[in-house]
Design a protein around this ligand. Sequence first.
Ligand SMILES: NC(=O)c1ccc[n+]([C@@H]2O[C@H](COP(=O)([O-])OP(=O)(O)OC[C@H]3O[C@@H](n4cnc5c(N)ncnc54)[C@H](O)[C@@H]3O)[C@@H](O)[C@H]2O)c1
Length: 253
Amino acid sequence: MADSTRLDGQVAIVTGAARGIGRGIAQVLAEAGATIVIGDLLDAGVTVEEIRAGGGQADSMVMDTSKPGDARALVDLALSGFGQLDILVNNAGIDAPDGNVWDLPDGEWQRVIDVNLSGVFYCSRAALQPMLEVGKGCIVNISSQSARLGTKGMSPAYNASKAGVLGLTMAFSAQVADRGIRVNAIMPGLVESRDFGWPKDKLEARTKEYPLGLGTPRDVGEAVRYLVSPAARWISATHLHIAGGYQKGSSWF
Ligand SMILES: NC(=O)c1ccc[n+]([C@@H]2O[C@H](COP(=O)([O-])OP(=O)(O)OC[C@H]3O[C@@H](n4cnc5c(N)ncnc54)[C@H](O)[C@@H]3O)[C@@H](O)[C@H]2O)c1
């Protein structure tokens, strides 16, 4: 039986794939047959080289998703280099600075909103133009379970930005689903994408909240692969909460 999650012949932009979750997403999509185009503030040469070493195709550029012109340039790179754009994964994001609402400087609020929310808007707007021309495409937005769970001592800008990403997901889907484009979101729980610099007891306490252990970047990649594949052809305007059985503060949604 044919594998309905293969992505052969498709071109995917993954933002923020120089490291961490984005790198895991890029690896998994490349293994499924997609050509990968990366946009990141950092040089993504390591991810590009590992995809090429595995027999895949990839390219990258240094850019800032919170700048509309950079978002357009990234889409142009995919079109000029590989002739098409089928998939956009809005993964680039920044962490919440430490602090409660009453002591957060304006600049910290603004930067989190600019990158985590406006960046998703700018990249999606740029990617939708070629997708609408051909009448097909998929967008996956990396939100977070923090969209619906606040944390004492962490900037509310992060929660707001990730909840906003879910709002964009619904709005985009309403506007483009009947033109052949699907838009979904993923809400990951804690993913060990890097060393968080936490004391050992804090990491152990957080890990205990996840019956299946902490997530890996590739776990998120596998969820993205499913959502952008033909296997999910009837799925749009929804979110996948992937969090290793974590249920703290969970409701039905
Ligand atoms: N790690 C987790 O536990 C977790 C949980 C839920 C959601 N997320 C989300 O997953 C995404 C990836 O997280 P991560 O843990 O891999 O982070 P990370 O910091 O390890 O990697 C983020 C990547 O995005 C890039 N980036 C940041 N701002 C950018 C910008 N303006 N333009 C272009 N590139 C930019 C960085 O250079 C980096 O390569 C983020 O959106 C994050 O909010 C992470």
